[in-house]
Design a protein around this ligand. Structure first.
Ligand code: ATP
Ligand code: MG
Length: 220
C-alpha cells in the first residue's frame, strides 16, 4: 500500500465560524494504482491533497504514507518524506519565481542530494516540450508552459506518489493528452501511484478507480 487515509476531518475557521470541508473522508492507494478524485468546485479536493501531501494537517483521522503514520512525524520529517517520495502538481503551480524553468526542475534532485543532475532535468524539459524555454523565468512562460514545468518538476525525481491537482487544466487537448501519457507511463512502468484531481471525465476514466468527493466524504 502506498497511501491510506482513514476518516479524515478538516475544517477551517473564518473568524469564529467553523467551515467543515472534510467530514470523514477515507481512501486507499495500492502500488501501481491510479485514482481519480472528482467533485464540485469547493467540495474540498485541493484541501484533501494538501493533507495527503502533509502540507497541512487534518483535525482528526489517520494518514499513512509508505507505512509511516503522519501523526507520529514532525514537520521536518514530513517535509523530507514529501521531498523525496512525492511529486506534487499544485493547482497554482507554485514555481519558484527567481529560478529559471530548468532550475525549477533541477530543484527536487538538489534537495534530495542527487547533485544538480543537469542532464536529467534537461531531459524532462524536453519530455514536456520545453527544450527551448529552459532559461525562461516563470513570469516569462505562458500558463500552460508553467504547468508543464510544474509537471516535470513533480516527476523528475521519480517519486512513489504523484499528487496532481488539475494537471492538464491549462493545456490544450493535444498537449494535455501527451502530458498525461507521460504521467501514466511513469506510474505503470515503475509501479508508482497517482492521485489525480480533475473535472475532466475522460481523464478520470483513464484511472483505475474514481472517487467522488461529496459532502465531505469520498464515494465510489
Ligand atoms: N485556508 C482556508 N480558510 C478558509 N476556508 C478555506 C481555506 N481553504 C479552503 N477553504 C474552503 O474550503 C472549501 C474547499 O476548498 P478547496 O480549495 O479544497 O475546493 P476544491 O474542491 O479544490 O475546489 P476547485 O474545484 O474550485 O479547485 C472551499 O469552500 C473554500 O472556501
Ligand atoms: Mg481545487
Amino acid at each position: 500500500m502506498i497511501l491510506d487515509g482513514e476518516s479524515i476531518f478538516k475544517s477551517f475557521f473564518q473568524g469564529k465560524k467553523e467551515i467543515p470541508v472534510l467530514k470523514g473522508a477515507s481512501l486507499h492507494l495500492a502500488r501501481g494504482e491510479t485514482l481519480a478524485i472528482i467533485g464540485k468546485s469547493g467540495s474540498g479536493k485541493s484541501t484533501l491533497l494538501s493533507l495527503l501531501s502533509g502540507v497541512d494537517r487534518p483535525n482528526s483521522g489517520q494518514l499513512n504514507f509508505l507505512g509511516k503514520n503522519f501523526t507520529n512525524l514532525s514537520e521536518n520529517e514530513i517535509s523530507e518524506l514529501r521531498a523525496s517520495k512525492m511529486g506534487i502538481i499544485f493547482q497554482q503551480f507554485f514555481l519558484i519565481p527567481h529560478l529559471t524553468a530548468l532550475e525549477n526542475i533541477q530543484l527536487p534532485l538538489q534537495i534530495n542530494g542527487k547533485g544538480s543532475q543537469l542532464e536529467e532535468a534537461q531531459q524532462w524539459l524536453e519530455k514536456v516540450g520545453l527544450a527551448d524555454r529552459g532559461n525562461h523565468f516563470p513570469d516569462q512562460l505562458s500558463g500552460g508552459e508553467k504547468q508543464r514545468v510544474a509537471i516535470a518538476r513533480a516527476l523528475v525525481h521519480s517519486p512513489d506518489l504523484v499528487l496532481a491537482d488539475e494537471p492538464s487544466g491549462s493545456l490544450d487537448e493535444k498537449t494535455g493528452k501527451e502530458i498525461m501519457d507521460l504521467i501514466f507511463q511513469l506510474v505503470s512502468e515503475k509501479m508508482k501511484g497517482i492521485i489525480l484531481v480533475t473535472h475532466d471525465k475522460e481523464l478520470a476514466a483513464r484511472c483505475d478507480r474514481i472517487l467522488n468527493l461529496e459532502n465531505g466524504v469520498l464515494l465510489s
